[in-house]
Design a protein around this ligand. Structure first.
Ligand code: FES
Length: 136
């Protein structure tokens, strides 16, 4: 998956696609989000992986559970990998690839991002409702 597109602060954007400010990722480097309405909003999380940002649907490819039990708790204790709290699957932050656990070899569903004016947004070409439905 490629680095999010970055554009200038003057560009208009759809506030309904805003995930958070870049600065809101904080030291933990992760932030959960819910975007969209109805029974099946898109639930995901943004992670900082080195100098890059990635977002994934918050659904484990093993049994479909959300990865976190507690808010903003998505990582192994050393912060190096994404951890599914249900059965311990471990995922690479940059690729979403499952390195170990019951779904080894599968991947988290990526959510393409764009960065605009200091905000992290769901990329313009993502059909949020369709992505939420396929992930639900
Ligand atoms: S649901 Fe994630 S490891 Fe089982």
């Amino acid at each position: 998956m490629s680095e999010p597109e970055r554009s200038g602060g003057g560009a208009a954007f759809d506030v309904e696609r805003v995930v958070c400010r870049e600065t809101e990722l904080g030291q933990g480097g992760v932030r959960a989000f819910t975007i969209g309405g109805g029974d099946w909003p898109l639930r995901g999380f943004v992670v900082r992986a080195g100098a890059q940002l990635r977002a994934y649907v918050n659904r484990c490819p093993h049994a479909g559970h959300p990865l976190n039990l507690l808010p903003e708790r998505f990582f192994t204790p050393d912060g190096a990998l994404i951890l599914c709290s249900s059965h311990g699957a471990l995922f690479d932050k940059l690729s979403g690839y499952c390195l170990a656990g019951p779904c080894a070899g599968r991947s988290l569903t990526p959510v393409p991002l764009t960065l605009r004016g200091g905000f992290v947004l769901i990329a313009d070409d993502v059909d949020i409702a369709a992505l939420a439905e396929t992930a639900g």
